[in-house]
Design a binder for this molecule. Structure first.
Ligand SMILES: [Zn+2]
Length: 363
């Protein structure tokens, strides 16, 4: 089979031919139909960050969707032909966190086809050595999200970032009546948070971003419920309070990218309603100045959220299947496997969160 492999950090991926894997007795083999291409990949594959790359050359690709092609001899709850999204989150199952039922806190966590969070995460990446930019990958049945027929492979290839936003919105208990602010609303995470918050019943969504063209597209998703502000056009906290009855927002989802200015996040924190929660799902690295006394007197929270469970992935799939979650606004740009490096270059141009860049390894 063909697979895109990273041979050297910072260098283009190469399309190599390798043996098609056989699933282990408790695994499945998935024929990949689409795999998402996301903004962070270029930085991860540079090898210059803290992330632990898999042993090189490494087959890569994070958000794979496809059809089950073969099942291991001991697999009972999966069948050949099922349409699935493969949650790439690898939890070891035996560390203190996993034993306590907290796989997202796993102390050996890794992403199949992407990176490990710790040096000893490598063991798990070796168990599942193929990434989604391959014609086939192996996976465990516990990590499969079943896709309703209404959800395309290309839409589901966006589930990684969508799920990250979804888990944060659930952490913030967003629902009917919620007033929500999203900092970085024009990016991949921000647009996903907007689509999901609409589906979850948020009454008002206040988006902050820079790209005016994409801000207008976000506003157009639900003009009666969404307001947008181009950063710099008005003081952030005043603007947020103006659209939230003067009280402030119930939830702030911060999607700020690695190089963003922490000052914008700090300003948005100034518009939290008493009892509100701010949840970070971005990669902001600049230190953030807060006034702890405000968090005490207002009973405020600042939390982080990373990825999502397979159960949450299934909730999203079912919401999309029932028409509650509208993924039709995502505009797919699909590349064949041979175009993987062009796809990675395009996502670097930050075309905006409604553009969904995927690779179809069967082309
Ligand atoms: Zn673990």
């Amino acid at each position: 089979m063909r697979t895109a492999r990273l041979h050297e950090p910072g260098q283009p991926l190469r399309i190599d031919t390798v043996d098609t894997p056989e699933p282990r007795p408790r695994d499945v083999l998935v024929q990949v139909k689409a795999c998402g291409v996301i903004p962070n990949m270029h930085a991860i594959f540079s090898g210059r960050l803290w992330n632990q790359l898999p042993p090189l050359p490494a087959s890569v690709g994070l958000d794979a969707t496809g059809v089950i092609a073969k099942i291991g001899s001991e697999v009972t709850d999966a069948a050949v032909g099922e349409r699935v999204y493969v949650n790439p989150w690898l939890a070891c199952g035996s560390c203190p966190y996993c034993r306590a039922g907290e796989p997202l806190l796993c102390s050996a966590a890794a992403f199949q086809g992407y990176f490990g969070f710790f040096p000893h995460s490598v063991r798990q990446m070796l168990d599942y050595p193929f990434g989604g930019f391959s014609e086939y990958i192996t996976a465990s049945p516990q990590r499969l999200v079943r896709l309703p027929e209404q959800v395309t492979f290309e839409q589901a290839a966006r589930f990684g970032y969508l799920g990250t936003s979804f888990a944060a919105l659930r952490m913030g208990q967003v629902g009917g009546g919620s007033t929500l602010a999203i900092n970085g609303v024009t990016g991949t995470l921000g647009v996903g948070a907007t689509l999901l918050a609409l589906a979850m019943g948020a009454t008002r969504i206040l988006g902050l971003g820079r790209n005016r063209e994409v801000l207008a597209q976000v506003k157009a998703l639900a003009p009666g419920r969404i307001e947008v502000l181009a950063l710099g056009d008005a003081p952030i906290a005043d603007w947020l309070r103006g659209y939230s009855g003067g009280l402030g927002v119930d939830v702030l989802i911060d999607c700020s990218a690695r190089g963003a200015a922490a000052a914008n996040t700090a300003a948005a924190l100034g518009a939290l309603k008493r009892g509100a929660v701010a949840i970070n799902i971005g990669a902001l690295t600049e230190p953030l100045a807060i006034e702890p006394i405000r968090f005490m007197t207002g009973r405020l929270q600042f939390k982080g959220s990373n990825w999502f469970t397979t159960g949450e992935g299934q909730l999203m799939a079912d919401m999309a299947g029932a028409g509650v979650l509208d993924l039709s606004k995502l505009a797919t740009r699909a590349y064949p496997l041979a175009g993987i490096n062009e796809a990675l270059a395009e996502v670097q141009k930050r075309p905006g969160g409604l553009i969904n860049i995927v690779v179809n390894p069967d082309r």
